[in-house]
Design a protein around this ligand. Structure first.
Ligand code: NAD
Length: 454
């Protein structure tokens, strides 16, 4: 146990960046009795949280935010001086891509500088936790020097810095934060990890997950390796899905089930579809590819994982052309716009790529999503009409594509499509419908489903 342990009050926390990760961390800690102040530069977001409203769609998060604000354990502000009143600060700002794919560390730098300035002259110790996903080397070469120069403090002498990558998934962020598979901690060998461990012990008590302690760069690398491995599974199964579509009687769902039973492979992340998206996989892959190249290394498999994914939405368009011929002037209904169900996040959503591809071919696209409609409308402009219900979306369409597997869409039956559409043709981009039930009643195609046998 290091000398750092026990020297700060780990129940007093600030969280910098109130997005999907930051707000989840803040609200979960606040709901468990930690005193939490969220800090964000986005005034609208801060004012929503301050009044107990959750600015994003994430199951269970609105209740935690409302209750914690009303109990007084969660507050939000744009004022960084709040950092000084706390002992632990989580950095959860975004780390998007630059135009060349490399990581854009602007927000991490700004946040580190503002945190350091707030800590200048603070007499007690303070722990800064880098939770944002950052390429290896960032904490040591960017965060630490920025914090040190703006605070006038030295790491290990009242200032502690720890890397703690986040593995939660949008759509189940609260559950994932409450029941993580493991906790990864990286520090400079100064005991910073032990301080954070003390916080997590208070949070998880007897349900403490396994902990891996290492240095900064390994902790940073683990996050990227994790995402690349998961993305690779998706691209691999999608590659087999595309092959299955060419083989009579083949079905990637059965193939995935078969390989998933192999203990060495396991069943997760083997669902074929229109590709992965979201705010993490694509940009994290680009970032690690860019860093590898900078270091003179060619990450061939990682590049291929990305390339397969980039092409996946076009498989749906090809299938649509097989069904309808020329798409010019055809009415296409797209069900689902979020990059996955149970979120309103459309960042790099393959559903949006699909909409754009159809529009480029002259199709008239109508789309519907239970939660992401507004965000999608902002992204798509007049490329598509984003409507308010399944019925409006399907009405008069020549083709429907299921792009995001919301529960609301799973319950649709062939008759729903047949009764509303002009020409009921359906492409199941997420493999939620039973081909046996649908094939007789609508013109049915699905990702990874070969032509009927014989
Ligand atoms: P987000 O874009 O939803 O939220 C980022 C927030 O940071 C925004 O509210 C923004 O206004 C705020 N911000 C930007 N600059 C700031 C500054 N200087 N000071 C204070 N606030 C500032 O991002 P996110 O999806 O929550 O991701 C955050 C980080 O966590 C990223 O590095 C991401 O890769 C990583 N991550 C995300 C997920 C996920 O599922 N979204 C999962 C694991 C890890």
């Amino acid at each position: 146990m290091s000398g750092a342990s026990g020297s700060i009050d780990v129940t007093s926390v600030s969280v910098v960046g109130l997005g999907y990760v930051g707000l989840t961390v803040a609200a979960v800690l606040a709901s468990r009795g930690f005193r939490v102040t969220g800090i964000d530069v986005d005034r609208e977001r801060v004012s929503a949280v301050s009044s107990g409203r959750c600015p994003i769609h994430e199951p269970g998060l609105d209740r935690l935010v409302r209750r914690s604000v009303s109990r007084g354990t969660l507050a939000a502000t744009t004022d960084y001086t709040a950092v000084r009143e706390t002992s632990v600060t989580f950095v959860t700002v975004g780390t998007p891509s630059n135009s060349d794919g490399s990581i854009d560390l602007r927000y991490v730098r700004e946040a580190s500088r503002s945190i350091g300035e707030a800590l200048r002259g603070k007499p007690d110790g303070h722990l800064v936790v880098v939770k944002s996903t950052v390429v290896p080397g960032t904490t040591g070469k960017v965060v630490v020097p920025t914090l040190e120069s703006s605070s006038g403090k030295r790491v290990g002498e009242g200032l502690f810095v720890c890397v703690n990558p986040e593995f939660l998934r949008e759509g189940s962020a609260v559950r994932d934060m409450l029941e993580p598979d493991r906790i990864v901690l990286g520090d400079a060998g100064d005991g910073s990890s032990d301080l954070l461990l003390e916080l997590y012990r208070r949070l998880y008590r007897r349900r403490m997950p396994p902990v891996l302690k290492t240095n900064y760069v390994n902790a940073e690398l683990i996050k990227y390796a994790n995402n690349v491995f998961l993305a690779a599974r998706v691209s691999l199964i999608n590659e087999f899905a595309n092959l299955c579509q060419l083989i009579p009687g083949a079905d990637v769902k059965v193939v995935a089930e078969g390989i998933g039973l192999d203990e060495r492979i396991g069943p997760h992340f083997l669902r074929a579809g229109i590709g992965f998206g979201g705010s993490c996989f694509p940009k994290d892959i680009r970032a690690i590819v860019a860093l590898s190249r900078e270091l003179g290394h060619d990450p061939r498999i990682t590049r291929a994982v990305y390339e397969v994914n980039e092409l996946q939405p076009s498989v749906v368009v090809r299938t649509a052309e097989e069904l309808l011929g020329d798409l010019m002037g055809k009415r296409v209904a797209v069900l689902g716009l979020a990059f996955k169900p149970n979120t309103d996040d459309v960042r790099e959503s393959p559903a949006l790529k699909l909409v754009r591809l159809f529009a480029q071919r002259g199709a008239e696209v109508r789309a519907y999503d239970p939660a992401a409609g507004e965000n999608a409308r902002r992204e798509l402009g007049d490329t598509a009409e984003v409507v308010g219900s399944v019925e409006e979306c399907l009405e008069g369409a020549d083709l429907c594509v299921l792009a995001t597997e919301w529960d609301q869409f799973r319950s649709l039956r062939p008759e729903d499509f047949a009764s509303l559409m002009r020409e009921p043709a359906l492409i199941d981009g997420r493999r939620v419908y039973d081909p046996k039930e649908f094939s007789g009643k609508v013109r049915f195609r699905a990702i990874g489903l070969g032509p009927a046998d014989g």
